[in-house]
Design a protein. Structure first.
Length: 194
């Protein structure tokens, strides 16, 4: 990459995989156009980390439309997603429309179904980093333990390591070997010397 200080991550909000829902949300793209953009990004930068936003249970969303979103999430291989239940907000287009009256039980069912499965996809995406060396910007102590260091990969993925094994200085870049991964975090150690 000609500019190493630029993060190798793109946040590309999806919102929904259904063209009808995207239209109701006043989005200006279709499922096909979104897929084409993802394909173009991945062709140009295969190593890019893609993250997204999804809105579940938008008023009038059918099971089939929910399935379109799920399918797109499954096929796109996002590294993470911010998933929100639809909530009406004052003075928005959705709040002024007749379709805003939705059945809460259906909304909650759809959202709960969406919140579970993507974790498997995120884990699969992060496990692709196993046995690789990543550049990490050291941020300081991990949230759960001062004995662990925490930083971000050049794709903005959280990386954790044991500070005794890998002493690091906040604000510096370090090359670390990934030995484990969860759906949200990479776990690192000092690379073996050649």
């Amino acid at each position: 990459m000609s500019h190493p200080n630029i993060c190798k991550q793109i946040h590309l909000p999806l919102q929904s995989g259904s063209d009808r829902m995207l239209g109701l949300m006043n989005r200006t793209y279709t499922n096909k156009e979104y897929r084409a953009l993802v394909d173009r990004i991945r062709t140009l930068r295969p190593e890019i980390v893609l993250t997204t936003d999804i809105i579940c249970g938008f008023c009038g969303e059918s099971d089939a439309e929910f399935a379109e979103t799920y399918r797109l999430v499954e096929e796109t291989r996002f590294h993470s997603a911010f998933i929100f239940k639809y909530s009406e907000r004052k003075n928005t287009i959705a709040a002024r429309q007749v379709f805003r009256r939705c059945f809460r039980a259906g909304k909650d069912r759809t959202s709960d179904a969406t919140l579970r499965p993507p974790t498997e996809h995120f884990l699969r995406a992060h496990r692709e980093y196993l046995k690789t060396i990543v550049s990490v910007l050291v941020e300081g102590n991990a949230k759960r333990s001062a004995a662990q260091g925490m930083g971000k990969s050049d794709g903005n993925i959280t990386v954790i390591w044991d500070k005794c094994a890998v002493p690091s200085q906040t604000g510096r870049h370090d090359s670390l070997a990934i030995y484990d991964a969860s759906s949200s975090t990479l776990y690192a150690e000092r690379p073996l010397a050649n």
